[in-house]
Write a protein of this length. Structure first.
Length: 346
């Protein structure tokens, strides 16, 4: 029921059309902020993560908690709590470990829940995930509601942040490929800003997106899945009741399936044998009934953001940035934020 609501009202194709203005506003705000920083000090490296993180979490908060939550939304605190929980939250991988919420995060969520209850009681109609849980899922405890809302915010925002930051890092260190992407957008969009309706024509942008998912899978492993009946997979007998985790990182770095997998090479996805609609090639969004419900939104947000930022700026890595490629946490987030030198685009 909860996933059906998410698809119908937040993440599905019809919902994405309704909420498009939220995405466009977010991307416009990101672009404007980079322009301001560039004008203030053209030689100062910009912290990509700091800007993108606050905007993507803001969008996720709107979708999960409603429009007007600014009075109790403390940006830095919420983001810090989300990041901390993501890094230590292994409940999907080890179900026998009890989830113990961070107290500060718990206080914030309780305040948000109480605020939403007041809005519902006053008769205000709020089309968000929390409103649905409070009005329709009467048997859920406050702790369960907190967990469900947190998952929606964290899973949609963090993986989008991770993928976008890695893509911009790779483009900033590779001027030739950055120029190729710019030229493609110039050919397709002219002097106009890239929009969602242009994405189907931007094959190289799509290749950049998928190669980033392959090389820097946002989550290195699919959360545990339970086998319901005896089966055989790849010659192995798997008894019912077994718990299986798919190693996405290992699959995407397998030399038997990918040429030079350590190399970030979008051109591999320009091959005619590759179907751009094949979302299973990198398994970044999972598969089957448990596939990521937010894949469509992720494609829109990541691809349009990358496109706009390459259209409007020339990106170069700050000195020493190329060596800072370690990852940390449950997702494959860069250990150090991306710092880049920007120049105005042509």
């Amino acid at each position: 029921m909860a996933k059906r609501f998410l698809l119908r009202n937040i993440l599905g194709s019809n919902a994405q059309r309704r909420h498009r203005h939220h995405r466009e506003t977010m991307i416009e705000n990101i672009s404007s902020q980079f322009h301001v920083l560039l004008k203030e000090d053209p030689l100062r490296p910009v912290n990509f993560r700091e800007i993108f993180e606050s905007k993507i979490y803001g969008l996720a908060m709107k979708q999960a908690l409603g429009e007007d939550v600014q009075s109790i939304y403390v940006e830095g605190l919420v983001i810090d709590m989300m990041a901390g929980i993501i890094e230590v939250d292994w409940r999907d991988f080890f179900p026998y470990l009890k989830w113990i919420p961070n107290k500060a995060f718990e206080m914030i969520m309780n305040a948000l829940i109480e605020e939403q209850i007041k809005r519902i009681d006053s008769g205000e109609e709020v089309n968000c995930y929390l409103s649905y849980l409070l009005s329709e899922a009467k048997t859920l405890t406050k702790e369960q509601i907190t967990m469900l809302v947190w998952e929606t915010i964290a899973e949609s925002a963090d993986t989008t942040l991770v993928t976008t930051e890695w893509a911009m890092y790779q483009l900033a260190k590779d001027p030739t490929r950055q120029d190729r992407l710019y030229d493609e957008m110039r050919k397709v969009c002219g002097c106009n800003k890239v929009k969602e309706e242009n994405l189907s024509q931007l094959r190289y942008l799509d290749a950049v997106f998928h190669e980033t998912l392959r090389k820097h899978s946002p989550t290195p492993s699919v959360p545990l899945r339970r086998v319901h009946e005896n089966t055989q997979i790849g010659g192995y007998y798997i008894p019912a009741g077994s718990e299986i985790a798919v190693n996405i990182y290992g699959r995407n770095m397998d030399k038997n399936h990918w040429d030079n997998p350590e190399e970030w090479n979008p051109e591999r996805f320009m091959d005619e044998k590759y179907d751009p609609l094949d979302m299973y090639k990198t398994m970044a969004f999972g598969a089957g009934k448990r596939a990521c419900a937010g894949s469509l939104q992720a494609i829109f947000l990541i691809c349009v953001t990358i496109g706009r930022l390459v259209q409007e700026f020339e990106w170069r890595l700050n000195d020493g940035e190329e060596e800072k490629v370690d990852t940390v946490g449950l997702t494959s987030q860069k250990l150090h934020p991306l710092f880049a030198i920007l120049k105005p685009g042509e």
